[in-house]
Design a protein around this ligand. Sequence first.
Ligand code: SAM
Ligand code: ZN
Length: 287
Amino acid sequence: MTLSKKMRNIQAMEQQVDLFRCPICTAEMEMVEHSRLVCSTNHSFDLSKSGYVNLAPQAHVTKYDKSLFEARTTVMNSGFFDPVLEVITRIIHEGSKGTPVILDAGCGEGSHLADIVSRLAGKASGIGIDLAKEGIAAAAKEHPGAVWSVADLANCPFQDEKFDVILNILSPANYAEFTRLLKKGGLCVKAVPEASYLKELRAIFYEENVPKEDTDPVGRFAEHFDAVQTERVTYTFPLAEHHLAPLIRMTPLTWGASEEKIRKALQLGLPEITIDFTVMLGVKRNG
Ligand SMILES: C[S@@+](CC[C@H](N)C(=O)[O-])C[C@H]1O[C@@H](n2cnc3c(N)ncnc32)[C@H](O)[C@@H]1O
Ligand SMILES: [Zn+2]
């Protein structure tokens, strides 16, 4: 980690310090000596060596570990997700003015947020949070210049009505919290997988189709936001041989699969993989 990467993260956080509120007492926070966030009643949170801040109320051990995020980075760098990111960027570009402040709630290793901010020609401020420390550590290292924080999206350490856009890609949502955080007229953009998402992997790892956890994500979304629109993004992506192992590693679909089955899948190979998403867009409800 070079100093400049760390400093770029710290500078971004200093510029956006007004967004924060203390995760313990909800008081306002300030940056002290470029090295910690401190609230007005003196709760203090040191910045990490790479310039992110951990504002999660307690340490969380999740299944999202360092190797999973490394695998996600490898797959995302291959352009796997580009058409989805193009759609999301267009939605943000068309739906917001000036320099939007974008919160990625459940940002993982941060590549989507960094990509979207760069597609917006840097004319946006990115704030990424995730409960998995390994994801945020990777984001701070690989994508300096945004605000990166370990935090719970169900209890965000941010003030009310400060964000123009909330992104929620393949991550759990908390709509009451997202509504609190959005400015009036702010946008929520959520991407959920559809039936054909990674269907080639499902065919190998499941004998039968596994039921989806949320059977009506659009209906649930529409209960909380106005002017809801959806866009289906479906395509097949040619898979280089060396991307199959990280693809298998990165997805919760294969958690619990035996080594034997993984070996078989690698031997079999997969020339292409299907991506199938619904991207939802909704506007904060008045009142
Ligand atoms: C499938 S990953 C998606 C990550 C990223 N958005 C992407 O598309 O690559 C789901 C993410 O949600 C995060 N997550 C789950 N519950 C969370 C919570 N309560 N607060 C913040 N992040 C959470 C996980 O740590 C994980 O990084
Ligand atoms: Zn406090």
